[in-house]
Write a protein that binds this ligand. Sequence first.
Ligand code: BQF
Length: 282
Amino acid sequence: MAQLIDGKRISQEIKDELKVKVAELKAQGKTGALAVIQVGEDPASSVYVRNKKNACAYIGIESLSYELPKETTQQELLDLIEKLNADSHVRGILVQLPVPAHIDENAIIRAIRPDKDVDGFHPQSVGAMTIGQKGFLPCTPAGIIQLLKRSGIEIAGKHCVVIGRSNIVGKPMALLLLHENGTVTIAHSKTRNLKELCKEADILVVAMGKPRFIGADYVKEGAVVIDVGIHRNENNKLCGDVKFEEVEPLASAITPVPGGVGPMTIAMLMNNCVESIAENEG
Ligand code: BQF
């Protein structure tokens, strides 16, 4: 029987800590808002945006909502970001991804002032993270590090296998595990012998984006399994990249979907917002 890594409980713990910090900052006259921009009405994105606004309300920071039609031009979006960059009350700017195909995602990310880049996606944030300097960390990988630490799972010296190499999860995850002194392997769709490689992992982080792909045959007995996947099945229920019921008996610890990594992403976003408010000089 594996230890269930309860992301819902741990994220709640973090939000409660942040709520106290926000009240202390307010007493010092330090406040600020998170601007949340959504272009179009993708239903999954709408859920994520709502989760973020609810979390802001819970910890006591203001959120500003920008719901733009899907026909919004890149220039219009850039103009809005420029306006928010210049607004000293706005301490975080978040553009919910993905944006419609006619908008260049990288151009949008580059336009956000790095000191308001609470998603940690700006090249300056990525560069700082890469060399271990100060800057906002991407929320999902930072959340996974917190999950491991707060569950008493040691990373140093462990063989960590990350499946997936996206800019948002896989690549930064590998770097953060490396900073914790893990021995890291990144696997991806072109990796040969994926199964054998995964079986070597002490900590397996699965971010491949394939529903219920990883079964017991990919997991070493006693491994820690972190499932970043989030999919809806035929019955509209959430599932991950891991066959939970098959892997759970084998693992020493495992995250569920829902209630594992997902809530931690939101908690780390809130952490970045609070940091941004704390460091704001004007
Ligand atoms: C849970 C996201 C893919 C692409 C873009 C709690 C979230 C999800 C699940 C959530 C995600 C995934 C977010 C649960 C934000 C995580 O209880 O399991 C919260 O809101 N997420 C996003 O903003 O963009 C995504 C996944």
